[in-house]
Design a protein around this ligand. Structure first.
Ligand SMILES: *Cc1c(COP(=O)(O)O)cnc(C)c1O
Length: 428
């Protein structure tokens, strides 16, 4: 009998009632084959499935679990808040406390509004940018993911300067037409687009460190030029830090790269594992939002007291700064080990990392954009993924997702991961 028999039975049953058996596509393991395990519980860096198998987890619920799962400070804060009510629909003091915490942490944020997901944050930031500038066009970069709203589910058309094509059925081509898509890190294409269309662009949205096609970093000069071009053309610059915010440091990737965006989007970590999103930035722009301004945006559960309490607890636990130092050390440790075992096995792996985020591509590096990332040998990745999973290490079930380390991963957990990888690499 399979070691994941109960998970397999639950998945088979789920397939009859939930499309693809999952509530978010990547969970279905389609990119690596096989079927997902069903979680029973998670504690620290370990997640346990319904069959009783335990895994060292490098998915961390796709980023939020920076303190590990079920961190006592977060659970305590949620429990305390819940006893006073789970939603009010009228302001509560935790919203103000959270706004002050975000502002204190991220200098480019003068005003902030909370919503319920990263998708809502980016979608609202785009509408706000359009309302503020009176322009319709936006620019995004191929391989950057900004949630699943219509304007942002757009991919590059053929030819570098053509306008975007829908990246999902159901997105009208008329919407996608307003979204231009360029390769990340391509200065020439960027300059060309701004020369022709800069004055029509309401906003450029980007992941400052793109981590939804694996992980790659901005080339020196790319962000500086982007900031200059956007400022010169009156185009707003939106930093999507849903993944990197509070993961790479107190002020996210924008601080590391010295980028001052007009608006920023957050999610994941700032909800401490509960559903949350936030967008904020220049006060003159944010004041275009209803009820002050003409741009409508709302949410029944926005500023939810449980999410605010959980997010604040995560914040406070990170504030000492020790957490990010530990995460950097853990990231470096894992990187050194993985690079060494891959080399020893003669497997070509391009290990890319910043802080506690990482991706190992099965190709020659470096990787600077989606096109480079697509060179990775995905069947090899799938074998690697299953080899690791079968030996108790859970990585993201796709080559094109980043891995996350938490403060709950000990030196021994990382050494265990490297030992497992040494075994797996031998049979790749
Ligand atoms: C996850 C993610 C989103 C979407 O957030 P959801 O909460 O899943 O809607 C947006 N942008 C980036 C960079 C993300 O990583």
């Amino acid at each position: 009998m399979s070691v994941r028999a109960i998970s397999e039975a639950l998945f088979a049953e789920s397939l009859r009632h939930i499309p693809g058996g999952v509530n978010s596509p990547v969970r279905a393991f389609r990119a690596v084959g096989g079927t997902p395990f069903f979680a029973h519980s998670a504690q620290g860096c370990r997640i346990t499935d319904v069959d009783g198998n335990s895994y060292i987890d490098y998915v961390g619920t796709w980023g939020p679990a920076i303190l590990g799962h079920a961190a006592p400070a977060i659970i305590g804060a949620i429990q305390e808040a819940a006893t006073r009510g789970t939603s009010f629909g009228i302001p509560n003091p935790l919203e103000l406390e959270m706004a002050l915490a975000v502002k204190a942490s991220v200098p480019s944020v003068e005003k902030v509004r909370f919503c319920n997901s990263g998708t809502e944050a980016t979608m609202s930031a785009i509408r706000l940018a359009r309302g503020f500038t009176g322009r319709d066009g936006i620019l995004k970069f191929d391989g950057c993911y900004h949630g699943h709203s219509d304007s942002l589910l757009v991919k590059a058309g053929s030819g570098a300067l053509t306008l975007g094509h829908p990246d999902s059925a159901g997105v009208p081509a008329d919407f996608a037409r307003h979204t231009a898509v360029l390769p990340f890190n391509d200065l020439e294409a960027l300059q060309g687009l701004f020369q022709q269309h800069g004055s029509k662009l309401a906003a450029v949205i980007l992941e400052v460190v793109p981590a939804n096609a694996g992980l790659y970093l901005p080339k020196p000069g790319f962000l500086e030029t982007l900031r200059e071009l956007t400022t010169a053309s009156g185009t707003l610059l939106i930093a999507d830090e849903v993944m990197t915010g509070f993961r790479l440091g107190p002020s996210g990737a924008q601080e590391i790269y010295g980028l001052k965006p007009d608006l920023s989007c957050f999610g994941k970590i700032i909800g401490g594992g509960l559903p949350v999103g936030a967008f904020g930035g220049r006060a003159d722009i944010m004041d275009y939002l209803a009820p002050l301004g003409p741009v409508y945006q709302a949410g029944t559960l926005s500023g939810n007291p449980l999410a605010m309490a959980a997010g604040l607890a995560a914040f406070k636990s990170l504030q000492s700064g020790e957490a990010w130092k530990q995460l950097e050390a853990s990231g470096r440790h894992l990187e050194a080990g993985m690079v060494e075992v891959a080399r020893a096995a003669g497997v070509e792996v391009c290990w890319q990392r910043i802080g506690s985020m990482f991706c190992g591509y099965f190709c020659r590096g470096p990787v600077w954009n989606l096109e480079d990332a697509l060179r990775s040998d995905r069947s090899r990745f799938a074998r690697f993924f299953h080899g690791m999973l079968d030996r108790g290490v859970y990585l993201a079930p796709s080559q094109f997702e980043a891995g996350f380390i938490s403060t709950a991963h000990s030196v021994e957990d990382i050494e265990q991961t490297i030992r497992v990888a040494r075994e797996v690499f031998k049979h790749l």
